[in-house]
Design a protein around this ligand. Structure first.
Ligand SMILES: NC(=O)c1ccc[n+]([C@@H]2O[C@H](COP(=O)([O-])OP(=O)(O)OC[C@H]3O[C@@H](n4cnc5c(N)ncnc54)[C@H](O)[C@@H]3O)[C@@H](O)[C@H]2O)c1
Length: 469
């Protein structure tokens, strides 16, 4: 390959989701000389990116999008045209866990990535750099390269891996000041072209370059290590509850060891989000595929521990509330998988609400950013069977036992208990005396995030239970 690569002036990103939207908005913001087009097959989502209410909630994102939109940042459904014009095409589509066929429940569904590669091959001319931004199993670039080699118009391609490490809720800060940007590739010129884009705002010593396979595998590994830390401290939280130790004290004590470090040691009702579980299961599948069952079992345990933590939370609620929550109102504070996002994918709240509903509790849900429509979708989905159907009995559970509130206080009015499932800051500012007055007694609080732990709620009359103490 002898093609020389001019500086990038036009970028197309396929997939206007939680990754594609913010990352491209940041590139447009920091690189006014680059024209950035974000495309999606979902016309509603594109319309929202072009509206005053963006499809995703992220602190600081509105300003960045509004600053560049209509200048060098465009959201459009004209996919072929945007691909055709671009010298660099990012693939940032969803890669969910497969729900059917070989590898169901573990392997990544690469259907959407493959469709993108085929589209790029079909409409491209000249030379393009194709960047894998989606999280992909190691060696996916091999398949992408093969698909791209069957192009209609004699186009040529370099493939790079540039996994995204942003965390929802802090995406803008993470993109502004990343710990590192990882770029894997084969040809130094194409790697250099992407390095030059990021170098507009990221210090060069934070731009790490590797071979393609190391880059692909590093993303899965990073998420596996992060989730493992959460499951490790959650495992210890169960032991703390059994022994009288306090998990936050244990976390502080071990976190001062510089080899362990203090971050990501917060015990909770369990991790959620679209990535941790999906990426670990993908890693498990890869290990099995490559004949490493012991390694697969090791990582699978991280997900099992997370499921156990969610189940344990509901069991503790039921036991504490005199072994029944049937027909009792439970105020659910928070439904997003973490604060400062409206994303509910794999949120612990979905599974806690499911199990409370199966115990015939009445749940009244409040979240400052998640819509009722989204919550109902999630609850319907979690109750569907293998044929994607929901039984009459489950539908009735949702219809009769789920209500919504427009504030935390309203959700807990007349309730037997509150379950704090997202660590939204506003929950600490609630008037707890007023909340206590309107609740049934004893007024139980089950704090799945230890968000209210410092408020001395026992002194205010609550029967307060957190995680790991
Ligand atoms: N969400 C995160 O925090 C995060 C962080 C790092 C990495 N990732 C990874 O980034 C990838 C994208 O995640 P996300 O959260 O942005 O997903 P998302 O579901 O929010 O967005 C994906 C978008 O791609 C679009 N799409 C799918 N197929 C398409 C096609 N053929 N043509 C055009 N558009 C298409 C969908 O309509 C959707 O809007 C995943 O692989 C994920 O694992 C996500």
């Amino acid at each position: 390959m002898t093609t020389t690569i001019p500086p990038v002036s036009k970028i197309c990103c396929i997939g206007a989701g939680y990754v594609g939207g913010p990352t491209m908005a940041m590139i447009a913001h920091k690189c006014p000389h680059i024209d950035v087009k974000v495309v999606d097959i979902n016309a509603d989502r594109i319309a929202q990116w072009n509206s005053d209410r963006l499809p995703i909630y992220e602190p600081g994102l509105d300003e960045i999008v509004h600053g560049s939109r209509g200048k060098n940042l465009t959201f459009t459904t004209e996919i072929d045209q945007a691909i055709g014009e671009a010298d660099m095409v990012f693939i940032s589509v969803n890669t969910p866990t497969k729900t059917f066929g070989v590898g169901a429940g573990r392997a990544a569904n690469l259907e959407f990535v493959e469709k993108c590669a085929r589209r790029i091959a079909e409409v491209s001319k000249g030379h393009k750099i194709v960047v894998e931004k989606s999280t992909l199993p190691v060696r996916t670039a091999e398949a992408v390269k093969r698909i791209l080699s069957n192009t209609a118009n004699g186009a040529t391609f370099d493939v790079l891996s540039n996994p995204e490490f942003l965390a929802e809720g802090t995406a803008v800060d993470d993109l502004l000041q990343p710990d590192r940007v990882l770029i894997g590739g084969e040809r130094p010129e194409s790697i250099g072209a992407l390095v030059d884009v990021y170098a507009n705002w990221v210090p060069r010593d934070r731009l790490l370059t590797t071979n393609l396979w190391s880059s692909e595998l590093s993303k899965l590994t990073a998420n596996a290590f992060l989730a493992q830390r959460v499951s490790s401290i959650n495992a210890i939280s169960a032991l703390c509850e059994a022994t009288g130790a306090d998990v936050d004290e244990v976390a502080a004590a071990i976190g001062t060891d510089s080899r362990i470090g203090p971050k990501f040691l917060k015990a909770s009702v369990g991790f959620g989000g679209s990535c941790f579980q999906k990426d670990i299961l993908n890693l498990v599948y890869l290990c099995q595929y490559f004949g490493l069952p012991e390694v697969a079992d090791y990582w699978e345990q991280v997900v099992r521990m997370n499921d156990y933590q969610k189940e344990r939370f509901v069991t503790r609620m039921v036991r504490t509330m005199f072994n029944t929550v049937s027909d009792k109102k439970i105020g659910i504070w928070g439904f997003a998988f973490k604060k400062d996002t409206n994303d509910t994918r794999e949120s612990a709240a979905i599974y806690v609400c499911r199990d409370l509903l199966l115990e015939k509790a009445r749940v009244c849900i409040y979240d400052p950013q998640v819509s009722e429509h989204q919550i109902l979708n999630d609850l319907e989905y979690v109750f569907t069977d293998g044929d994607n159907k929901i039984s009459e009995a489950k539908r009735e559970l949702i219809d009769k036992h789920v209500t919504f509130a427009s504030s935390a206080q309203e959700a807990s009015s007349d309730a037997h208990a509150i379950a704090v499932l997202t660590e939204w800051d506003e929950f600490a500012d609630v008037d707890f005396t007023a909340v206590h007055d309107t609740m049934k007694k004893p007024a139980f609080i089950f704090d799945g995030r230890n968000r209210l732990k410092d408020l001395d709620l026992k002194a205010k009359g609550f029967d307060y239970h957190g995680i790991g103490f």
